[in-house]
Design a protein around this ligand. Structure first.
Ligand SMILES: [Zn+2]
Ligand SMILES: [Zn+2]
Length: 301
């Protein structure tokens, strides 16, 4: 099974540095923030930034770059001020990614905070409609990420994501079976598990994917976040763990990594950084290297 595996990498020192770190860790793909993820506005990109980034991708043999939007953005908020600010910031994220030649921006749908889940979902759809209207014509598209459902975060049930897609595109998500969609999906394994999706046996995995195919269409799944979960199934707590060190059985990762539906759909680690002592050599190894090795060991021809 051919899989494109990589990780989220820091852009500290320059966007191109993330690509170089990806290569050092043995990645085939990379996810980045195009700016500090805790800031509303980033420094404008220069043509030099873009050039260095694209040159690094070629030089390092890294494909499928994607970006993740800022954590401040909340299109589900009942506050008009925050909603408009979020729309502007999300537009900026899409434009930056487009400038860098990044095809997809991953976004968490949003939180309803003091309103209700349904009001939140409506608000998110309305916000996305505005964003898409203002950025019409660009190549970069949004991927809605499923969430752990912590607090008032929406998008932990894939039905919620289907509802947003339907409201934005004006038709059932399953009607579009090709490349002509506006909104795709980024599936995070930790978030799914925390939200209560159990995909740890062949039967459960098949049932879950059949369901997603029926409500959204698996062709919209254009990226995966491969993370283990620190907390148990259905905890609604978003805490990522190293692969095989959390509560998700390795069998679940094996099933996903060998699913022919998602062959060539890039998969990114978002696991904690740092090093681990290799038991055989006694040397310190990057956790990304360790996690990628674990994932690759699960691949069947
Ligand atoms: Zn995310
Ligand atoms: Zn994620």
């Amino acid at each position: 099974m051919n899989q494109i595996l990589g990780a989220h990498m820091s852009i500290s020192g320059g966007l191109y540095r993330a690509v170089e770190s990806a290569r050092t860790a043995g990645c085939q793909c990379v996810q980045i923030f195009t700016k500090n993820s805790n800031q509303w506005k980033g420094k404008a990109l220069t043509s030099k930034d873009t050039e260095l980034f694209q040159e690094a991708l070629v030089r390092c043999g890294i494909s499928h770059p994607i970006s993740h939007d800022s954590y401040l953005i909340n299109l589900g908020t009942p506050s008009d001020e925050l909603w408009l600010k979020s729309i502007a910031a999300f537009e900026d994220e899409l434009l930056r990614a487009n400038e860098l030649g990044i095809p997809f921006v991953v976004t968490h749908p949003g939180s309803f905070t003091t309103s209700s889940p349904q009001e939140g979902l409506d608000r998110i759809a309305q916000g996305l409609l505005r964003v898409l209207e203002h950025t019409a014509g660009i190549k970069t598209r949004c991927l809605l990420e499923n969430t752990a459902g912590q607090g008032t975060n929406l998008g932990f049930e894939l039905e919620q994501i289907a509802q947003i897609i339907e409201a934005v595109e004006g038709g059932k998500p399953t009607e579009k079976t090709g490349d002509d969609f506006l909104l795709g999906v980024c599936f995070d394994t930790c978030h799914a598990f925390a939200a209560g999706y159990d995909f740890s046996s062949e039967e459960k995995y098949a049932k879950m994917m059949e369901h997603f195919n029926a409500i959204i269409g698996l062709n919209r799944f254009r990226a995966f976040h491969i993370n283990d979960a620190m907390k148990e199934l259905g905890s609604r707590v978003d805490r990522h763990a190293h692969i095989g060190c959390g509560k998700i059985p390795l069998e679940a990762f094996r099933l996903l990594l060998n699913d022919p539906h998602f062959e060539n759909v890039p998969k990114y680690l978002e696991t904690p950084k740092g090093t681990k002592t290799n038991e055989q050599t006694g040397m310190e190894e990057d956790w990304d290297i360790v996690n990628l090795r674990t994932l690759r060991s699960l691949l069947e021809n």
